[in-house]
Design a protein around this ligand. Sequence first.
Ligand code: AHG
Ligand code: MN
Ligand code: MN
Length: 336
Amino acid sequence: MSAKIITLSRHIIEEERKFPKATGKFTDLMNDIAFAAKLISYNTNKAGLMGILGETENVNVQGEVVKNLDVFAQETMVKALDHGGHTCVMASEEEEDIISIPDEYPLGKYAVLFDPLDGSSNIDANVSVGTIFSIYNRVSPEGRPGTKDDVLQPGIRQVCAGYVIYGSSTMLVYTTGNGVHGFTLDPSYGEFILSHPNIRIPKKGKIYSVNESNFDYWKQEVKNYIHYVKQIDEATDRPLNSRYIGSMVADVHRNLLYGGIFLYPASKTAPNGKLRLGYEANPMSFIVEQAGGRATNGTQRILEIQPKTIHQRVPLFLGSEEDVRLLEEFISGKRS
Ligand code: AHG
Ligand code: MN
Ligand code: MN
C-alpha cells in the first residue's frame, strides 16, 4: 500500500500509541463506530428506494422489514457498541433513559453518547444528515454497569468526539484532543481514508448560520448581532453570507472548512434553545475548539457546563474565534 494512504484504523492506532497506558480498547471502540457509520451511510444512500419498497410490502429486497432511518441508525449504533466489551453505558437522542449493556456482554471503561441521525427532517429531500458521537472514560466503579454519572460529565472530559456526515461523500471527522482529522469513505474499498488532516477553522468567517424565522422570538442582544452582520461595511467585510441547511452536522462541517458562525439561540418558544448538550453541543464544541474555534452558550464555555439531565438543551453559538467573540460582546452588552 502507498505510504500516503492513511486509513482511519491506522490513524487511531497511531493516536492511541501516544498514550503509554493504551490498551487498544479505544481503537476497537472507534472501529465499531466506523462500522456503524458505514452501515448508516449505505442505508442513507438507499433512503429513497426504501420508501418505494416500503410502500409495496414493507419488506426490502433482503426480506428485512423496512425501517425508518432514524430507527435504523439508533439500532445500528447500539448494536455496534453493546457487545465489544469497550462500553459500560450509552445515551442517545432516541432513548429517554441511559442504555445499559446486555447482561451477556462484558462491560468496558467507556461511556458513549450519540445522536444517531442528526438533521433527520432533511432525509426525504436528499439533503445531508449526520451522526454525532461523544466518548468519556467512566467515573462509576469498574466491573459494574455504567450509570447516569458516566454520561453526565462536562464536555471538557470528553476523550473523543466526532461526527459522520452523509453528504455528497461520507466523511468521518474526529478529535481526541490532538487536532481534528477528517476521513472520506472510499466507496470502492469501504475504508475511511485520511483526506483532511489537522483541520483548522479560519479565525474569521464570511458565513452566519441560523434559523432566522425565529428572529422575533430572540433576545434583543441576538437580534442586534444578526442585524449587525447583515449591514454593509467594506472595512469589516460585511454583510456576512447566510447559509442554513437545518442539519447541524452539515452546517457546522461547512463552517469548519470555510469559516463562520453557527447559532441556535434561546428564544421565547425555546428558552434553553433546541440543541442538546450531551450529544450535540458538547461533541461539536470539542471539535470546533480543537480546530481553533470557539463555542459558548453566550456567557459560558459549552465544554465547562455541568450537565444535569441526559436530554438537557443549551443555547449554542460556535465557529470561528473572532465571530464568536464578537457575538459574546453583543450578549454581554459591550456592543449593541
Ligand atoms: P435531529 O434531527 O437530531 O432532531 O436534530 C435536528 C437539529 C439540528 O440538526 C439542526 O441544527 C436543528 O435541529 C434545526 O432546527 P430548526 O428546524 O428549528 O432550525
Ligand atoms: Mn440532532
Ligand atoms: Mn437525531
